[in-house]
Design a protein around this ligand. Structure first.
Ligand code: FES
Ligand code: FES
Length: 166
């Protein structure tokens, strides 16, 4: 069967690829394009490890067919940093020890970015609600929530509590 030709913009760059009808966007990102930061946890939309931002909306890339990406804009975890400069979310995850394993962390960061893009002043409840679709089997979420709130404050030009850590 012939493959589909798909043209997209990924992390600000035009990207074209060929895919099978049944391939998911996650499959193509990881297996065809080498963007392995998005992880495959459940393949059923339950864990958030595969989170990407598609035309500004947070989606599970395991639930999106690659052909559906035609003409659309995708942001993945690989696009968060600007060269060597970490996104405020990434830096606050590091500084506040919110960094968890390589499976859940990329999805948490992408989901948090999608939240801050649409809501720069989230409450703690909003952050917890927004990240409820990103599962970690190992630990609590308090440091993650704190890091997202700190990053939001930093992006707004405010400081919260952890200047002593700098
Ligand atoms: S791998 Fe997509 S939600 Fe779990
Ligand atoms: S799943 Fe990543 S630290 Fe628990």
């Amino acid at each position: 069967m012939s493959k589909h030709h798909v043209s997209t913009t990924i992390n600000g760059e035009p990207v074209e690829f060929l895919c099978e009808t049944q391939q998911t966007l996650l499959d193509v990102l990881r297996d065809e394009l080498g963007l392995t930061g998005s992880k495959e946890g459940c393949s059923s939309g339950d864990c958030g490890a595969c989170s990407v931002i598609l035309d500004g909306r947070l989606v599970c890339s395991c639930l999106v067919l690659a052909v559906e990406a035609e003409g659309r804009t995708i942001e993945t975890i690989e696009g968060l940093a600007r060269g060597d400069v970490l996104h405020p979310l990434q830096r606050n995850f590091l500084e506040l020890a919110a960094l968890q394993c390589g499976f859940c962390t990329p999805g948490l960061l992408v989901a948090a970015k999608a939240l801050l893009d649409r809501s720069p002043t989230p409450t703690e409840d909003e952050v917890r609600y927004w990240l409820a679709g990103n599962l970690c089997r190992c630990t609590g979420y308090d440091k993650v929530i704190r890091a997202v709130l700190e990053a939001a404050a930093e992006i707004r030009g405010e400081r919260l509590h952890h200047d002593a850590h700098r």
